[in-house]
Write a protein that binds this ligand. Structure first.
Ligand code: DAT
Ligand code: MG
Length: 225
């Protein structure tokens, strides 16, 4: 057995049936602990012996496999900023909206009812400040309290965008929040960050230090292997 690890790339000639344990590879203890949450070690490698290989020798071939770091990266925990806009609060949709994210299995790390200032709304939507609808958008977001939320999880940013649906509620699929609960872009009830970077930026913008909770839900082992 031969294992070579470099920066970001690992080359392994482990037979498929091999199990990495502390006793067999004590010097790779850190790698072992890192890989245990994944369903299997073999899916992270570029080469798998074909399942139809007839002989034991073919099945346990020692052909080198390249470790695929992007698969590890895809299991990264992200944060997203979700906000029930003033129309969602006024229409009594807060519980319904929170419930959809809770039921999906993401972790709530921050929650507050908040009246936002014009300056904060402008900073939040600064990428849209050249759009003709920008003044109306700022008036709308500052027209009443919003519910600010920080949610955490693997893939939470993209998944939240799917749960939310298209910007124009008439284009949003049934089953999405906007598809089920709204009819117009200018009253589309909810905001969700559009990238992990913006998730971090917006959470830092809307929450002060000490307003976020680091906790472990008891259901965690029932959501991820
Ligand atoms: P999203 O909220 O789906 O990320 P966005 O970032 O493009 O959409 O725009 C932010 C908000 O601005 C959007 O939720 C509603 C408003 N908006 C966008 N396009 C608009 C338009 N053409 N007319 C009026 N409001 C618009
Ligand atoms: Mg957006």
């Amino acid at each position: 057995m031969e294992v070579v690890c470099g920066s970001g790339v690992c080359v392994s000639s482990l037979p498929r049936s091999s199990t990495i344990t502390r006793s067999t590879v004590p010097q790779f203890r850190v790698s072992y602990q890192y890989l245990t949450p994944f369903p299997s070690q073999s899916h992270l490698f570029s080469y798998h012996p074909p399942p139809y290989a007839k002989t034991l020798r073919a099945r346990t071939t020692t052909k080198p496999a390249i470790f695929l770091p992007h698969l590890v990266a895809s299991l990264q925990v992200d944060q997203t900023y979700i906000m029930v806009k003033p129309d969602g609060v006024q229409r009594g949709l807060v519980g319904e909206i929170i419930s959809r994210f809770e039921k999906k299995g993401f972790k709530l790390t921050g929650l507050k009812l908040f009246q936002c200032s014009k300056e904060l709304a402008e900073e939040h939507y600064k990428d849209l400040n050249q759009k003709s609808f920008f003044p109306k958008l700022i008036d709308y977001i500052t027209s009443g309290p919003v519910v600010c939320m920080a949610w955490e999880g693997v893939g939470v940013v993209a998944s939240a965008r799917k749960l939310i649906g298209a910007t124009d509620p008439l284009q949003a699929e049934p089953g999405t929040i906007r598809g089920d609960l709204a009819v117009q872009t200018g009253r589309n009830v909810i905001h969700g960050s559009d990238s992990p970077e913006n998730g971090k930026r917006e959470i830092a913008l809307w929450f002060k230090e000490g307003e976020l909770c680091d906790w472990t839900p008891v259901q965690a082992p029932w959501l991820r292997e």
